[in-house]
Design a protein around this ligand. Structure first.
Ligand SMILES: Cc1cc2nc3c(=O)[nH]c(=O)nc-3n(C[C@H](O)[C@H](O)[C@H](O)COP(=O)(O)OP(=O)(O)OC[C@H]3O[C@@H](n4cnc5c(N)ncnc54)[C@H](O)[C@@H]3O)c2cc1C
Ligand code: SF4
Length: 340
């Protein structure tokens, strides 16, 4: 049985108190939300914080408000997001992403903030301590070599969060709160293409809220490739959002690939090719071939990397065809084993 290492457990009841504890404890402390990623990581000794600052007692992190746009507290569970009618109707890309994270049990515990701050993944890292020790560990934790690309100077572990690509496609921002103040950051700027330093959040900052602009005129969707339909991390995902004029001309576009690098990849090139035209088959194929230039899958997740690269273009096409209004129900059910 894998046991948790020893740690101090702090239970603040306000955001302000949580930020002060975090600042006082320094980099040896980590935030604990649903614990569905962090606690298994601690059991495998991938992350060994001296102190856990639990966020479950912070009521203000579980607030939702809508007026012009939507504000979602980072402490809302993914089940809360899935049960939100506004999320489902106005931000279907986010709703579909949240609904496909893990299993219903995990979504009952897992939070939106935890999903956005999720550690990167790799076949050589997501193993128990003894397994990793047997290969001399790796650069991401306790070792020096990257077993995926031994000549690489950086870790290439994969960003596997489902909600981040969706939120980037929706142009969302996050509010980060620290003991010294707060700031807003576009979700698109929250990540770095580095498997170790994958998030631009400072160690003393708490992701407090997700801020979404009014979705009027926007359509959005999310497609996820995984081995098991019941639950699995994405090995490729496509989040797309389009603002269409009344005659179907694309006015604004965002196409994001997930699980193909250490951060979600927003394709400016695909957007450029879509804007100003109608969603013809040719325009969709053109945008798909532009988007997949960003897909640089490595041999460190499920499925072969060449196949994952090849299907990326098809998945971008399916997402854009869905946004055009094509009936993709059968395709989605066959490939993603979901009915939405
Ligand atoms: C079997 C299994 C399947 C899974 N499948 C998927 C999947 O398909 N897709 C997917 O995306 N994930 C998946 N996960 C991972 C995980 O369950 C989710 O990503 C979940 O949303 C993490 O949220 P949490 O609240 O449990 O985070 P935690 O485990 O509590 O924390 C995760 C990280 O975020 C940090 N953190 C948490 N909250 C905040 C905050 N407010 N501000 C700053 N930092 C914070 C923590 O310090 C930690 O580093 C799976 C996990 C398991 C065990
Ligand atoms: S990509 Fe390399 S350094 Fe990063 S976790 Fe995998 S093996 Fe380790």
């Amino acid at each position: 049985m894998m046991r948790l290492p020893r740690f101090l457990y702090r239970v603040p009841t306000s955001l302000d108190e949580a930020a002060k504890i975090l600042a006082g404890e320094g980099p040896q402390a980590m935030l604990l939300a649903g614990g569905t990623d962090l606690l298994p990581n601690m059991k495998r000794r991938q992350q060994v914080p001296r102190t856990l600052v639990a966020l479950r007692g912070v009521e203000e992190l579980r607030r939702t408000s809508n007026g012009k746009g939507l504000r979602l507290g980072a402490g809302l569970t993914l089940t809360d997001v899935v049960r939100s009618d506004i999320a489902r109707e106005a931000y279907p890309g986010l709703w579909k992403a949240a609904a496909q994270v893990a299993t219903p049990h995990l979504r009952n515990m897992a939070t939106l903030g935890g999903n956005l701050c999720l550690d990167t993944r790799c076949t050589y890292y997501d193993q128990n301590y003894e397994w990793r020790k047997a290969i001399g560990f790796c650069m991401k934790k306790d070792g020096e070599t990257c077993w995926v690309a031994p000549s690489s100077s950086r870790c290439l572990a994969v960003s596997s969060t489902d909600t981040a690509p969706a939120l980037i496609s929706l142009g969302a921002r996050v509010r980060l709160v620290g003991a010294d103040g707060e700031r807003e950051v576009a979700v698109a700027d929250l990540y770095r293409n580095d498997g170790i330093e994958y998030i631009a959040r400072k160690p003393g900052e708490i992701l407090a809220e997700v801020l979404l602009d009014d979705a009027d005129g926007w359509r959005s969707t999310y497609w996820k490739l995984r081995r098991r339909g019941a639950f699995d991390f994405p090995v490729l995902s496509v989040a797309a959002a389009l603002k269409l004029a009344a005659d179907g001309t694309v006015q604004q576009a965002r196409v994001v690939l997930g699980a193909v690098a250490s951060q979600p990849m927003l394709s400016a090139d695909a957007a450029e090719r879509l804007v100003g035209d109608k969603l013809t088959d040719g325009a969709i194929a053109d945008a798909a071939s532009a988007a997949i230039k960003l897909a640089k899958p490595m041999d460190n997740t499920d499925f072969t990397l060449h196949w994952r690269k090849r299907v990326a273009s098809e998945f971008v096409g399916y997402a854009l065809r869905e946004l055009r209004g094509d009936d993709v129900t059968e395709l989605r059910s066959r490939l993603c084993r979901t009915s939405f």
